[in-house]
Design a protein around this ligand. Structure first.
Ligand SMILES: Cc1cc2nc3c(=O)[nH]c(=O)nc-3n(C[C@H](O)[C@H](O)[C@H](O)COP(=O)(O)OP(=O)(O)OC[C@H]3O[C@@H](n4cnc5c(N)ncnc54)[C@H](O)[C@@H]3O)c2cc1C
Length: 422
């Protein structure tokens, strides 16, 4: 059977009504990984035509569906059965890998129905670098470990094409590849990975309950590795211009703007720290802030004011991102006078804070005023047996290297907890 081309309506209909499992590839005509996968997908469609329905959604034609399904990387393949998402995979590299994914997901569903009595040693929530490092260390320590990830492995890291500050890769590495390597490395030691969204936690008993979109799992320890996402400005075209001039992390992406002009938006500690980093790399940094003074702590004020290449636009907000293919400027409005101006630049760094993914643990675990899980370098939280690693916890530097470090430390303390607790 040929691969079905799906739009929003037919996608929903097939998923809801098909009596066979449905595999859907979200792709784009400009995506090289998608082109490479095409022959394997066609072969699978032919060989499995009696047992599987295969479709494709072009994300350029269906942007709303892309957003609804939270597709962040193409190609992403989602596998559904009886209207429920079973599993997803991002950019499989070969036909055997695609077949292994399909068969594995379908057979895991069957075994899952029999596992309600199972108690894991460790349930890791979040498949980013923090989560998969915890899982790797746990599995190597002989702990029965599962990673629950609602989207695709790699977390935020998978959104960046070039990571140059994670040691061991002399030419850098793209975040998606690094995420896949971390997953495979952990699975080599027996870690189970499952694509499912965690919906709630019950930490009231020694054995913790984690409710997911596919049922409840039980674990002796839980590692929260759900990350934190940057706050956006909410401007038209902002998401489309990510990697084309819109950035959210100066430590990560500043080097791409060496010798260029950038705008930093914000006035708190993150914006001040980002502007300082960028002032050492870029020719010119223009800091745009809604007020007439920085909110950042005093230690940043003097070095920023003294930096010869930092310019300030006080009482101002960015109202429009200007671009051809990439960002080439911003439109500003002075909030006191209403006057508009255009500033030419090569990139914009949005430094207006981050939003930790801690909604599900509010009221169950101690959070700081910004919503981060309170945990020190030990990664222990206010609930014994629950650990927080990576961007989701209180810490000074949110990077891949600090997230992986947390993952290793969490297992050290989890083993201690298990030895003494249960
Ligand atoms: C564009 C960009 C570029 C970056 N570049 C660099 C760089 O060059 N170098 C660097 O060191 N750092 C970089 N970073 C930062 C780095 O990606 C993060 O610090 C790192 O990914 C944090 O890892 P983590 O494991 O704590 O969380 P994350 O990577 O955020 O992973 C959290 C995971 O948890 C999952 N999750 C959340 N809630 C649930 C739930 N309820 N159920 C199931 N799963 C859930 C999410 O889907 C996500 O996959 C960049 C970040 C961005 C956004």
């Amino acid at each position: 059977m040929a691969i079905l081309q799906m739009n929003h309506e037919s996608y929903k209909k097939y998923i809801a009504e098909s009596d066979k499992p449905v595999l859907v590839e979200f792709w784009a005509p400009w995506c090289t990984y998608c082109r490479r996968l095409a022959p394997a997908l066609e072969q699978v469609a032919k060989e499995y035509e009696d047992t599987l329905l295969i479709g494709q959604v072009n994300i350029d034609d269906e942007p709303e569906l892309e957003e609804e399904e939270q597709i962040e990387v193409v190609p992403t393949l989602l596998l559904y059965q009886n209207g429920q998402l079973l599993d997803s995979i991002v950019a499989p590299e070969s036909k055997p890998q695609l077949e292994e994914f399909i068969k594995g997901s379908l057979s895991r569903r069957e075994t899952r129905q029999e596992e309600s009595g199972h108690i894991y040693d460790m349930i890791v929530v979040g498949g980013g670098p923090g989560g998969y490092t915890a899982a790797l260390y746990a599995a190597r320590a002989g702990l029965d470990t599962i990673v629950l990830e609602k989207l695709s492995v790699g977390g935020q890291m998978a959104l960046t094409e070039q990571i140059d500050n994670y040691p061991g890769f002399e030419d850098g590495v793209d975040g998606f590849t690094l995420g896949e390597k971390m997953r495979r490395g952990a699975e080599r030691f027996g870690v189970e990975s499952r694509t499912t969204e965690v919906l709630s936690f019950d930490f009231s008993n020694q054995v913790k309950a984690v409710e997911t979109s596919e049922g409840t799992l039980r674990g002796k320890t839980v590692v929260l590795a759900t990350g934190a996402s940057p706050r956006e400005l909410g401007l038209a075209g902002e998401r489309e211009l990510v990697r084309k001039g819109v950035n959210y992390c100066a430590a990560c992406d500043g080097m791409f703007y060496k010798g260029k002009t950038v705008v930093v938006v914000g006035g708190g500690n993150t914006a001040a720290a980002d502007a300082l980093i960028l002032s050492r790399i870029c020719e010119k940094v223009i800091l745009v802030h809604r007020r007439d003074t920085l909110r950042a702590t005093k230690i940043y004020h003097a070095p920023l004011m003294e930096a010869k290449n930092v310019e300030f636009r006080w009482d101002s907000a960015v109202t429009e991102l200007l671009s051809d293919e990439k960002v080439n400027g911003v439109r500003l409005r002075n909030l006191k006078t209403g006057e508009e101006s255009v500033v030419a630049c090569d990139g914009v760094f949005v430094s207006v804070g981050r939003k930790p993914a801690t909604e599900l643990v509010k009221g169950k675990i101690e959070l700081d005023p910004s919503g981060y899980v309170v945990a020190d370098e030990s990664t222990r939280t206010s609930v014994p047996g629950v650990f927080a690693v990576g961007d989701v916890r209180t810490k000074a530097l949110r990077q891949v290297v600090t997230a992986v470090s947390d993952g290793a430390v969490a297992v050290h303390y989890a083993e201690e907890y298990l030895a003494g607790g249960m």
